[in-house]
Design a protein around this ligand. Structure first.
Ligand code: SAM
Length: 214
């Protein structure tokens, strides 16, 4: 998967490729879908949520430019796969998820792999995690209608925020950077993420059955 589908599509950061070679993606996927674990596509994980496509995981991780010393915030734990990758590349990972059951399942897999530098939080990550700020890197793995100001506020000096921003159905993957003069940002690729639902995200839709694992 890594050499044929990720590296060939322009993920060149060696530590990112190494981390993706080492973390077994199939463990983060429901047993009935495991035969598809190393295909380059998102897969359902229950609660109408997905584990992201590996190429997008590689791209977003590469965009953070991690050097191993950072405290990182991930918003949208989902399966825990992205958090496990970040844990190989940063000093500390805080990951927050709105569904407690997904967070608990992710914690179990990550702890089973012996990964010790990830802390799990349950709640609305659209507001960030002020009590653990500042972060050198923040990664949002759900699509936001706009960039939440509270996330920018929680970046350290020269901190990076990677976030899909746009419509409910499709977004632009943006990288924001805190500079001495303020913030600079760039749009990197079109993407399609499940929505960021929360105070600084989208409103929960009426017909959403919050308790149903699909
Ligand atoms: N990073 C995940 C992985 O590696 O499997 C994929 C995440 S999935 C594309 C997006 C996740 O964001 C879903 O699990 C969803 O429940 C979560 N989410 C959406 N809005 C959220 C919010 N306001 N706070 C925390 N998590 C949220």
């Amino acid at each position: 998967m890594v050499s044929e589908q990720i590296a060939r599509r322009g993920i060149v950061d060696e530590p990112v490729l190494q981390a993706m070679s080492e973390v077994p993606r199939h463990l983060f996927i429901p047993p009935e879908l495991r035969q598809a674990a190393y295909q380059d596509r998102p897969l359902p994980i229950g609660y109408r949520q997905t584990i992201s496509q590996p190429y997008i995981v590689g791209l977003m991780t590469q965009m953070l430019h991690l050097n191993g010393s950072e405290s990182v915030l991930e918003i949208g734990t989902g399966s825990g796969y992205q958090a496990a990758i970040l844990a190989q590349l940063a000093a500390k990972v805080h990951t927050i998820e709105r569904y407690a059951a997904l967070s608990a399942a992710a914690r179990q897999v990550i702890q089973g792999l012996g990964i010790r530098n990830v802390s799990f939080h349950v709640g609305d990550g659209s507001l960030g995690l002020a009590e653990y700020a500042p972060f050198e890197a923040i990664l949002v793995t759900a699509g936001a209608p706009s960039v939440p100001k509270m996330l920018l506020d929680q970046l350290s000096e020269r901190g990076r925020l990677v976030i899909p921003v746009g419509k409910w159905t499709g977004q632009s993957l943006e990288r924001w950077r805190r500079t001495p003069a303020g913030f600079e940002h760039e749009a990197v690729a079109p993407v399609a993420f499940v929505p960021l639902v929360g105070k600084a995200g989208w409103e929960s839709v009426d017909d959403e059955n919050e308790n149903a694992p699909d």
